[in-house]
Design a binder for this molecule. Sequence first.
Ligand SMILES: Cc1cc2nc3c(=O)[nH]c(=O)nc-3n(C[C@H](O)[C@H](O)[C@H](O)COP(=O)(O)OP(=O)(O)OC[C@H]3O[C@@H](n4cnc5c(N)ncnc54)[C@H](O)[C@@H]3O)c2cc1C
Length: 542
Amino acid sequence: MTLAPQPVRNNLVEDLTGVDAFSHDKIAAAAIDGHAPWSRAHAEALGQLVWAPATLVAARNAHRYLPELRTHDRLGNRIDVVDFHPSYHELMSMAFGHGVHALSWTADQPGAHLARAVQSYLWNQVDGATACPTGMAYAAVPTLRETPELAAFAERTARHGYDPAFAPVQDKSAATIGYAMTEKQGGSDLRANVTVARPAGQRGPGQAYLLNGHKWFCSAPMSDGFFTVAQTEAGPSCFFAPRWRPDGTVNGIVINRLKDKLGNRANASSEIEYHDAYALLIGEEGRGVRTILTSSDYTRLDFAVGSAGLIRAALSQALHYGDHRRAFGKRLADLPVHAPVLADLVLEWAGAAHLAFRLARTIDRHDDVSERLLGRILTPVAKYWNCKRAPLVASEAIECIGGNGYIEEHPLPRYYREAPLNAIWEGTSNMMVLDVQRVLAREPKAIEPLLDEVRAASGAEPRLSDAAAEIEELIKIPGLTGRRLVCAIALAMQGALLVRHAPPAVADAFCASRLGRDWAPTFGTLPAGVDVASIIEFGRLR
Ligand SMILES: Cc1cc2nc3c(=O)[nH]c(=O)nc-3n(C[C@H](O)[C@H](O)[C@H](O)COP(=O)(O)OP(=O)(O)OC[C@H]3O[C@@H](n4cnc5c(N)ncnc54)[C@H](O)[C@@H]3O)c2cc1C
């Protein structure tokens, strides 16, 4: 007897498309409704783009057809131009057109930084490569605005729009900005920079200098100008180097080569050299590291937000697959060993999103001393925590999808390669730890607003009292690596935020596992009795 082939039951899952990444995201939507309702239309417009088929194609193509450096023209003249695939420009137009980089600077409204953070959270679900220039532009605007000589840059960087023309800024409808600081000597210790700056005429803030040296990392080298650090007689100093000199000639910035990177591949990260590059001194000579660090509050917030977005994107994929793929006669989401994995990922997202949005709100409420102190501690903590969790979530989400999640046609390999990056740039995890230690050494009371917020939620969840007490103990232990303290602060703050703002099933499971330590160090190990179905439902986009 021969067996006739059976018809194949197609168990492959269609792409996640057509869902609204904002309105159906219960945390982002509640944040906007609660603190920046005026921005709802902005978030809705972007939310509908995130999982649109055309957006997915653009993101895939931008990372498949990579930027290319053209150093010379046909006649042998140096031109230093990067060519991008049209998909990259399409993504840049979407992101900059929706004000992902600038909503906070253009909308004179309460909650403007939160509103922009939600835009960035949504955009990071689309693409990390273009989220680099949006984050840099966001951080650049305040410094540009404070420098009268850079008014044209300030005005065009804050505009909602994208103009890729390689032309002087005054001839463009919009501008983008890069940060070129890292040298071969190292990125963490900017004082070791060897690029030198000599005055072209008079010295002092706003005056012209000529830079000579190199930068080992310079992402988005087609930006219209760069904040950079170079040595003057007074020490490391901050400069702004435009791509074009005021006399209309191209500035002395040579692009040596583009980096061949693990991820973030659509973003042209380059090695550059300054050859008598024209630049303006920003702030005082010798105060460059301090000056550049004023932008870091914004970029670090943006990476905490971006990693929350990445976590959300990976979760959305895992949940979508769990709801549509069947195994052993059931949906994956209903399998008793798989469902707690999905629920654990929901908890990671809920904690990361709340932490990032809470940090954004401290910038909106900067006039309040407690909020300022809270922001000072939470900035390095949220950058550390969210950026550390994103790779773990991306990895688990791939496994949730199985072999299909490991194939390049699926978006997850892209998120997976992207995920470790946010922990590295704009201050590595250890730099975040040192920053927390520095704040507490200079101003021990800076921890108090945070402890107050944790304890205020402890009536409903006693484990938060223990978490606050643990933080106080860890601060006192000499020789502790500091990472323990940062993790304790992150978890306590996330627990407090979830107790106040998330459904009880989510808050209970988070606190029992992460604070009560009824949890093993892999996902899917939640305590017995947690309401897995309700947690998963909270995470679903609907
Ligand atoms: C894709 C990509 C794009 C980038 N784009 C840009 C860009 O546009 N502009 C730019 O300026 N830079 C850019 N960077 C560089 C990035 O900012 C640096 O890589 C980062 O600051 C770390 O510097 P480093 O690589 O030299 O590492 P190092 O500073 O050498 O650090 C190596 C390790 O040592 C640890 N470490 C160093 N000092 C200490 C200490 N005192 N205590 C404890 N641990 C320490 C660090 O935490 C890290 O783990 C980019 C990097 C990447 C990967």
